[in-house]
Design a protein around this ligand. Sequence first.
Ligand code: CO
Length: 134
Amino acid sequence: MLGRLNHVALAVPDLAAAVASYSQTLGARVSAPQALPEHGVTVVFVDVGNTKIELLEPLGANSPIAAFMDKNPSGGMHHLCYEVDDILAARDQLKAAGARVLGDGNPRTGAHGKPVLFLHPKDFFGTLIELEQS
Ligand code: CO
């Protein structure tokens, strides 16, 4: 089921500062910021060749990463995103195995315009997992 690592996501308190750090200090290529109101975040992607780093900043009053930022005020690793060939088949297989799918269980459109789902971190060793249709 599990395919390539699409990205590692880091939640940051100040996206502009994180973009400056990655582009200027680390010399990486960083995409333009993209607001995702449905997900309550603003994101950029850093292309590191073999995968991407997603930098995300809370957007709006009810951002789902607000609690994470309270616990990690200087930022931290937020989730891993793996590609799957068939997101609905993957969801059904995972649910049958007892894994919890966050939200209403239906894929939403992610930052790459493809369907995504999130899996409960307590079911995967403390790491939030995003699945993206490849
Ligand atoms: Co992501």
